[in-house]
Write a protein that binds this ligand. Structure first.
Ligand code: NAI
Ligand code: MG
Length: 362
């Protein structure tokens, strides 16, 4: 079978980690008899340098006409890059926001899982981690603060900047349904995270989530304020199964959760709409500080490609083979710098990709 994948390497470490994900996918293809056909698309800083805009119409069309999208990361050094001295809609990240919006990818699924081999890279004490850490953050991706009206202007002689956080019932309902569906396949527990003691949007969020919960009587729903959630994640991480939350809270909490897994270089993600179409990318950014050095961890991207096989192509066995290969390599002690501890074998980005690809088997 043929699968058409739009591949967006992006900026910084993007091309390096995407190269390794393709290497592993190609091995899966040869072992299982699939053809993964890639079409490269420019987005972010590299698209700005080439076309003057972070995402062209043609690029978006190519993505739309594919079976799925595999993305590295976009962006440069925010404090020190020519890409940022321009209007927000011309910056690299605008490409990311437009493609998410253009493909209506409202559901961002971010699993956070601590491999027992990485316990030493987890900053929490053993007694806090207990039986391990295995949760999913379901983050709303096309609404809220990142998509609200924004402007900067002088008000009464003082420069004032405004960002707005808005959600409607439809946006809340569809992400809540996704969260409950995922919870049904897991421990059947949803913690909805908001700031309902202050924000109107959070009060509506709570009301709609409660309504959706009625259709899932087997799932236990509770609510948690976001500041408390930030604390609970490091105090009692084992209590979480599925966190359901809005765009910015999910952005921040998933970075926090990622650290419990040892490194943000381990955290995969899927962004989906109501169909099987999805965009798969690591949760981290373009890491300009380590770009071009062949030291970035490609595992988050490889695990994102595994999610693509599972959610968009229904290739569950192949997805499992990829996850097992990652686990095997970790068991054998191979580590990129971000997850390295004493006694491990330090490997580069490309070596890690080779090792994982070699271990793909039926
Ligand atoms: P970042 O995630 O790129 O990096 C944070 C830290 O984690 C850095 O020290 C980096 O070296 C390290 N790191 C990230 N990925 C790694 C990997 N695979 N292996 C080893 N270490 C890794 O976040 P930062 O520095 O805040 O942002 C850098 C740029 O990336 C910015 O332009 C930002 O806007 C963009 N960004 C893009 C995203 C995307 O394309 N989806 C998501 C987040 C940030
Ligand atoms: Mg982020």
């Amino acid at each position: 079978m043929n699968y058409n994948i739009a591949v967006i390497p992006g900026d910084g470490i993007g091309p390096e980690i995407i190269g390794e994900a393709r290497k592993v996918l190609d091995k899966v293809g040869s072992v299982y008899g699939h053809d993964f056909l890639y079409k490269e698309v420019l987005m972010g800083g590299i698209s700005i340098d080439t076309y003057g805009v972070p995402l062209t119409e043609e690029a978006l069309e190519t993505a739309k006409n594919s079976d799925s999208v595999l993305l590295g990361a976009v962006g440069g050094d925010v404090g020190n890059s020519k890409w940022y001295d321009v209007a927000p809609n011309l910056r690299p990240e605008a490409g990311l926001l437009s493609i998410r919006k253009g493909l209506n990818l409202f559901a961002n699924i971010r699993p956070a899982y601590l491999y027992k081999e990485l316990a030493a890279a987890c900053p929490l004490k053993e007694e806090i981690i207990g039986d391990g850490f295995d949760m999913v953050i379901m983050r709303e991706l096309t609404g809220g603060l990142y998509f609200g009206d924004r402007f900067t202007k002088e008000v009464d002689g003082v420069m004032t900047a405004v960002d707005t956080l808005s959600y409607n019932e439809t946006e809340i309902r569809r992400i809540a349904i996704k969260a409950f569906e995922i919870a049904m396949k897991r421990k059947k527990q949803v913690i909805s995270v908001d700031k309902a003691n202050v924000l109107d949007s959070s009060r509506l969020w709570r009301k709609v989530v409660e309504e959706v919960a009625k259709d899932y009587p087997e799932v236990t729903l509770s609510h948690m304020l976001v500041d408390n959630c930030a604390m609970q994640l490091v105090m009692n991480p084992g209590q979480f199964d599925v966190i359901l939350t809005e765009n910015m809270f999910g952005d921040i909490l998933s970075d926090e959760a990622s650290m419990i897994t040892g490194s943000i270089g381990m955290l995969s993600s899927a962004s989906m709409n109501e169909s099987k179409f999805g965009m798969y990318e690591p949760s981290h950014g373009s890491a300009p500080d380590i770009a071009g050095k062949n030291i970035a961890n490609p595992i988050a991207t490889i695990l994102s490609a595994a999610m693509m096989l599972r959610y968009s192509f229904d290739l569950d066995e192949e997805a499992k083979a990829m996850e097992k290969a990652v686990e095997a390599v970790l068991q054998e002690g191979y580590r990129t710098g971000d997850i390295f501890s004493e006694g491990n074998i330090r490997v580069s980005t490309t070596e890690m990709g080779d090792l994982i690809a070699e271990r793909i088997s039926k």
